[in-house]
Ligand binder design. Sequence first.
Ligand code: ZN
Length: 122
Amino acid sequence: MNLARVGAVENISIVVGGDVCEGAGMIIYSNPNCRKVRNSHILAVSCARCKTFIANYQKVGESNFVKMYNDRIIDGVLDFSQHHGAIFCPKCNERIATRYMTKMDKKEAYRLVPSAFHKKKI
Ligand SMILES: [Zn+2]
């Protein structure tokens, strides 16, 4: 199930395809704060409950996927140029992540709810 395919990060092209349940008519916002990260791979994050696509994220390394830095989110179902207290699934309203400030580097990030999402390397 490849919900969204992202080309070169600088030149974002999005193909939303497939089933009706996979967000037909849903708007995908590209994140204007996104910066290209070297040696990263892209994870497609989706809702664990209803499988709706949430966001594409540049993940660095193989450590556990527990948070998303705002400036590594490529695109998603929220307008990430705005501040959000949390990320909710646009379809079933499940809370996917909560916004916080990282202690180490004081960066804005979203802490993922472990049971609420699926991730897929694309
Ligand atoms: Zn959902």
